[in-house]
Design a protein around this ligand. Sequence first.
Ligand SMILES: Nc1nc2c(c(=O)[nH]1)N[C@H]1C(S)=C(S)[C@@H](COP(=O)(O)OP(=O)(O)OC[C@H]3O[C@@H](n4cnc5c(N)ncnc54)[C@H](O)[C@@H]3O)O[C@H]1N2
Ligand code: MOO
Length: 413
Amino acid sequence: MNNLLSLDQALQQMLNALPAPDASQTEILTLMAAQNRICAEDICSPINVPGFDNSAMDGYAVRIADLADGQPLPIVGKSFAGTPFNADLPAKSAVRIMTGAMIPVGCDAVIMQEQTEIDADGKVRFNAEVKAAIKTGQNIRRVGEDVKRGEVVLQQGAKLTALSLPLLASLGIEQLQVFKRVKVALISTGDELVSVGNSLKAGQIYDTNRFAVQLMLQKWGCEILDYGILPDDEALFEQTFNQAQQQADLVITSGGVSVGEADFTKTVLEKLGQINFWKLAIKPGKPFAFGKLENAWFCGLPGNPVSALVTFYQLVHPLLARLSGFSQWQKPIQLQAISSAPLKKAVGRLDFQRGFYHVNADGQIEVRAVGFQGSHLFSAFVASNCFIVLERERGNVASGECVTIEPFDATLN
Ligand SMILES: Nc1nc2c(c(=O)[nH]1)N[C@H]1C(S)=C(S)[C@@H](COP(=O)(O)OP(=O)(O)OC[C@H]3O[C@@H](n4cnc5c(N)ncnc54)[C@H](O)[C@@H]3O)O[C@H]1N2
Ligand code: MOO
């Protein structure tokens, strides 16, 4: 086995190198502006929810003891949501009550409308069965049963979503402190690259990586500083890396990170800052580089588009989670699947093949590799819905063998 760094070792080194999120790098936003941002404070509820005991049903609020003699009860008033019955419940009486309305003082149960009858003289009557089954607190939603005043409802590091933000709204919170967006400088390198919208000359190709990475950075809510395409010129690399690291928290390049004569990424990173690691036992993505410039972290993605995307997914995601203060990030979920066809695999690197999984008629997860697996072949991705993750020490896989898959997460879907 080669002595390249494993993916897990690389992730560990990366996370060890990164400091905890800087508590001074925060801003105050209204709830509506805060979607997908990361909460920078523990949020305690300023109120109880519900704020008062209220009815879960339309019906009649009663005191259970008043039902003992079996007599119908006069209805002494009404409690509507927003318009309470402003008195204590007199003995031997009931209050008409609606869902969400405040429970009058003295009541200990609500009987739903469908279980009652109104006598000719307007009194409410309950049959023996209903009376036998009645329990204290029936159909009453208690004060603080959802959230208690002072309780932490959201922790620092949580993502603010369409689930958590409405909760804050229900507590009357208008604005909150969030971590500032991570600023990412994005640079594609290579003389052969042309931006979409221009025509190609001999030997040129369109820049896929800046496009792919930008889309994924958008999903992370990053502020993107697009440095465009950088020609293979060492002095220009130096100048651009320098400029980018003064403006961004993270500089991401693609291409020029291997060993070719025009591969300047690593040399310049070394000159201006430090390389924490370079070259990993993964396929695709072996030449990925991680390091630090004076003011910004640095990720050098390999130029092949599949390699750039795989390394972004596997290595830059956890890095972005840490830089953005998102503490709930988890590694992609892995499942076991049956390989429905043989897979080619050389021993030595952890392989992320592009695959398509589905649940077969027997309820088992079945997966097949999609298309050819070269790291320059981006089209296979479009028909894929997962990575087939083949262990470093594993060789070829026979049809019917069990393999690990990672269904694509929301950044790719
Ligand atoms: N002698 C060796 N050669 C190579 C090795 C090696 O270990 N020894 N590793 C190979 C592997 S693996 C990869 S991956 C690539 C990575 O090389 P670079 O990061 O230096 O990338 P480039 O050489 O600049 O480009 C590789 C390939 O990708 C195309 N490319 C680059 N940028 C883009 C972009 N933005 N959009 C679309 N396509 C892009 C480029 O034209 C090349 O075809 O190195 C192998 N070589
Ligand atoms: O690692 Mo390269 O990314 O195999 O093509």
